[in-house]
Design a protein around this ligand. Structure first.
Ligand code: NCD
Ligand code: ZN
Length: 355
C-alpha cells in the first residue's frame, strides 16, 4: 500500500478562469473541477478577462456567475486600468486584491503611467493586497512603490535570478514584499521551449537553467508561495498564427511539488507553507473548516486525457511524478475521489464573504 499523506486544502493565488469572454477556454465549473483534481480548494481568479474585471458591474456580474457555478472556493482580483481609477474603491468591495500589469501579456490590461500607479497605491484599501505582474526592472518599480507608500506588494510568477535576488535584497531591508513562483518555472527551462515549441510559451517565458537554479536556491527563504498561473488556451489557439501565451497548471502543481518532496528537494512542511499557510496569510483568506486533501505517494504519469480543464492539454504530458491526488474533502463533503469530481455547482464560496 502506498503511503497516504494528508494536507490542508491548498490555495492557488493565481488562476485564469476566463469568465467573462473566454468560456471556450475555461469557465468556473471546469476551472474549479481542475482545481479539486489538483488538490486545490481555493483559487484566486485573475482579471484579464473580456471585458476585464475593472468595473464594479463586470466584477459583480462575474462574482454572481461564480457563485452559481463554482465547485471550490473562489476569490476574484480587480484589474487596474488607467481609464478606471475612479472605480477603485467600489471595485474593492467585490475583490480580494488588486492586480497591476506592468508588463505585456495576454489581454489589454496594462499600467504604464505614474498617475495610475499613484491612484492605485493611494486609493486601494490598505487591508487588501496589491499584486503585480512585474518582470526584470519592473520589479524595482514595485519595490519602490512598496517603500514609498509603506504597503505590501506581492510579485506574481517571479522567474529570473535577477528578480528573486532583488526581492531577497528588499526583504533583507525589511520592505513589505512577497512573491510567488510557478511550477513551470521550477520544473522547465528554455530547453523545454525548444522541445515543446509554442506549447511551452508563457509570460514570463521559461528561464535559463541558471534562473531555475536561483529559484530553487531561494525556495526556503525568499519565495513565499507556489502559484500555478493556470492560463488555459485551446490547442487550436496555441497552434494558430497568433498563439496566446500561457499553459494550464491547476492539475499538475501539487503532484510536481510532491515529487520534489520525494526527491528531498524541499520538505513537506515547506510545501504546506508555500501552498497553504503563506497564501492565506498574505491575501488574508479565511480558513476552510473540515477541509483536507489526501494524496498517495505512488508513481504516476501526468496524462492530458484525464484533465478536467477545458483546454485539455498540458506541457507536462507524459511526465513521471511521485504522487497522486486521491480524495479532497471541503467543509466535510467529499468533493473529489479517485478521478471523479463530486462537488455540486454552487457549493464553492465566493470571497470576500463572511464565512
Ligand atoms: C496569462 C493568460 O493567458 O491570461 N498568460 C501567461 O502566459 N501567463 C496572462 C498572465 O498571467 O500574464
Ligand atoms: Zn497569470
Amino acid at each position: 500500500m502506498p503511503e497516504i499523506v494528508t494536507l490542508p486544502g491548498l490555495i492557488d493565488v493565481h488562476t485564469h478562469l476566463r469568465v467573462p469572454g473566454g468560456e471556450h477556454k475555461e469557465d468556473f465549473r471546469t476551472g474549479t473541477a481542475a482545481a479539486l483534481a489538483g488538490g486545490i480548494t481555493m483559487i484566486l481568479g485573475m482579471p484579464n478577462t473580456t471585458p476585464p474585471l475593472s468595473t464594479p458591474e463586470v466584477l459583480q456580474q462575474t462574482a454572481v456567475i461564480a457563485q452559481q457555478e463554482a465547485l471550490c472556493d473562489v476569490g476574484l482580483f480587480a484589474g487596474a486600468s488607467p481609464e478606471q481609477t475612479a472605480h477603485l474603491p467600489h471595485l474593492a468591495s467585490h475583490a480580494v486584491a488588486l492586480k497591476i500589469y506592468l508588463n505585456d501579456t495576454f489581454g489589454p490590461l496594462r499600467v504604464e503611467d505614474v498617475p495610475t500607479l499613484r491612484a492605485c497605491f493611494q486609493t486601494w484599501p490598505h487591508e487588501k493586497l496589491i499584486a503585480m505582474h512585474a518582470e526584470k526592472q519592473s520589479v524595482a518599480v514595485g519595490i519602490g512603490l512598496a517603500a514609498a507608500y509603506d504597503r505590501p506588494v506581492h510579485f506574481c510568477h517571479i522567474s529570473r535570478r535577477e528578480e528573486i535576488e532583488l526581492i531577497a535584497d528588499a526583504k533583507m531591508r525589511g520592505l513589505p514584499v512577497t512573491c510567488e513562483v510557478t511550477p513551470h518555472h521550477l520544473f522547465m527551462d528554455e530547453r523545454d521551449r525548444e522541445r515543446l515549441g509554442i506549447l511551452a510559451d508563457m509570460r514570463p517565458v521559461l528561464g535559463t537553467p541558471d534562473d531555475v537554479a536561483a529559484l530553487w536556491a531561494h525556495l526556503n527563504d525568499t519565495v513565499d508561495c507556489i502559484a500555478t498561473d493556470h492560463a488555459p488556451h485551446t490547442l487550436a489557439e496555441k497552434q494558430s498564427a497568433t498563439p496566446p501565451p500561457g499553459v494550464a497548471g491547476l492539475e499538475t502543481s501539487l503532484v510536481l511539488m510532491l515529487t520534489a518532496v520525494a526527491q528531498n528537494r524541499l520538505t513537506l512542511n515547506r510545501l504546506i507553507e508555500l501552498m497553504h499557510t503563506n497564501p492565506r496569510r498574505i491575501f488574508h483568506l479565511p480558513e476552510q473548516p473540515e477541509t483536507r486533501v489526501e494524496v498517495a505517494m505512488a508513481p504516476a504519469v501526468i496524462r492530458q486525457e484525464t484533465m478536467k480543464s477545458r483546454c485539455g492539454w498540458t506541457p507536462f504530458h507524459g511526465r513521471e511524478v511521485s504522487a497522486q491526488v486521491k480524495r479532497v474533502i471541503l467543509r466535510g463533503q467529499v468533493v473529489y475521489a479517485d478521478g471523479r469530481v463530486l462537488a455540486q455547482p454552487g457549493s464553492g464560496m465566493i470571497l470576500p464573504s463572511l464565512y
